[in-house]
Ligand binder design. Structure first.
Ligand SMILES: [Zn+2]
Length: 440
């Protein structure tokens, strides 16, 4: 989208500017001594776009080790909030991520989703500290998804929750396949509740004999997803699914990916950066992840720089017999302080003719959750109800993703980075897959 949205509530604008006045968004304070980790990641190279201070810690008040001249190559070692850990001239330190760009000469190695297996019953904590609040205990032998390294802690996701585990109690998963969802079958008509308690609000009643996806154990309750909703069921009324169907693959189902704009319609433009180019690049990465990692059939409304009307995009979805539709965009505003990613889902107003309002919202929420978890350096503006043609007029679960504001410096640094566009694609693919797995 490239139109300002004057209908935004004032409250939102205020909070948006408040966030900007703060310093870098770092999940917690990092000491320079706590960062020596065994994280193995292919080195990639960035080029400085300004004379840039290399600092001892990831903060604008960190001691300056040296100033790197503009145009020099630095080796990327990790991301900490809006800072990159890099090495340059034999020294290792932190630079502001917004003043470096991916070196055009370097061959980028993209790290695919890394999976670890717990070696003990392991606490998932809210923060990277042994005193952090325990979110849940992950049983030994379970796979967790690696999201990042923070000192001697890994940020991981497990059972629909994101938190920190001590790195010493996980090992690299030996299986190279994606985590297979565990499925249980209900043995009675079973209430799905909002909390793990017999007094928890009932979300819906799952008929006997239905498959639910296991997400975690909470005492005598299982957290499961069913019919697009996530909640808790009493574990005694479930039995392990005997079918050997691999629910982690999407074979047979088609996802329609819509790269926004194209041809004579560039979408938003900022200097030499064009929205239509960014969206097509993310779309291609998303298509390859969805088919390569998750085994979906993927159709793109456009795979070249061509113009398509909005009606055309909707009718293509129908002719492709898609199970879900995702339109990719980058935002822009006359106010450079507006920043963040968001997903747009249908309203319940008469504008909406899409029969899948609730499913579209679940699809959008799933993608938004993954983007928030995997790219914490972009603000999460959340899920917005909005009348958008390709979403409201479509005939399958549909959502539109705005990956960030091209007119905002921090967002633009992400959008113009191949590393981050790959991460955006992988987060979107994971969100789509989680939606598909829980709904179909
Ligand atoms: Zn757009």
């Amino acid at each position: 989208m490239n139109t300002p949205k004057p209908s935004w509530p004032l409250k939102l604008l205020i909070s948006s500017s408040l966030v900007l006045t703060g310093t870098a968004v770092v999940p917690f304070s990092l000491s320079s001594t706590g960062l020596d980790t065994g994280r193995v990641e292919a080195a990639s190279t960035y080029t400085t776009t300004a004379n840039l201070n290399l600092r001892k810690s990831a903060s604008t008040s960190g001691t300056i080790l040296l100033t790197i001249p503009s145009g020099r190559s630095v080796t990327y070692l990790g991301t900490y909030g809006s800072w990159y850990k890099v090495s340059y001239g034999g020294q290792t330190g932190y630079v502001s991520a917004q003043y470096v760009k991916v070196s055009t000469s370097s061959t980028m190695t993209t790290t695919s989703t890394k999976t670890y297996t717990t070696t003990v019953n392991l606490n998932l904590r809210k923060s990277a500290s042994p005193t952090g609040t325990i979110l849940l205990t992950i049983p030994s032998g379970r796979n967790v998804t690696y999201l990042g390294t923070y000192g001697s802690w890994y940020k991981v996701s497990y059972g629909g929750q994101t938190g920190y585990v001590s790195a010493q109690y996980v090992k690299v998963s030996t299986s190279t396949t994606t985590t297979t969802a565990k499925t249980y079958v209900t043995t009675v008509n079973l209430n799905l509740r909002k909390s793990a308690s017999s007094t928890g609000t009932i979300l819906l009643t799952i008929p006997s004999g239905r498959s639910v996806t296991y997400l975690g154990t909470y005492g005598s309750w299982y957290k499961v997803s069913y019919g697009g909703q996530t909640g808790y069921v009493s574990s005694q009324y479930l039995k392990a699914s005997t079918t050997t169907t691999n629910t982690s693959t999407g074979s047979g189902r088609t996802i329609v990916i819509d790269a926004g704009h194209g041809g004579y319609d560039p979408g938003a433009v900022y200097g030499s950066v064009q929205e239509k180019v960014l969206t097509l690049d993310i779309a291609k990465r998303l298509a390859s992840t969805l088919s390569g990692t998750y085994n979906y059939n993927v159709r793109m409304t456009r795979s070249t720089d061509t113009y398509l009307s909005l009606a055309n995009r909707v009718s293509l979805t129908k002719s492709y017999n898609g199970s879900a539709f995702v339109s990719l965009h980058a935002n822009s505003s006359t106010n450079a302080s507006y920043h963040g990613h968001e997903v747009l889902v249908p309203t319940t107003e008469s504008y909406t003719t899409n029969p899948y309002v609730s499913a579209s919202r679940n699809l959008g929420a799933s993608i938004n959750r993954e983007l928030g978890a995997r790219i914490p350096t972009i603000r999460n503006r959340g899920v917005k109800y909005q009348n958008v043609y390709v979403v409201g007029k479509n005939s399958v679960p549909s959502t539109l993703v705005e990956y960030g504001f091209m007119t905002n410096q921090n967002d633009r640094a992400h959008l113009t980075s191949t590393t981050y566009r790959q991460r955006m694609a992988e987060a979107t693919a994971s969100g789509i897959h989680q939606f598909m797995r829980s709904t179909y």
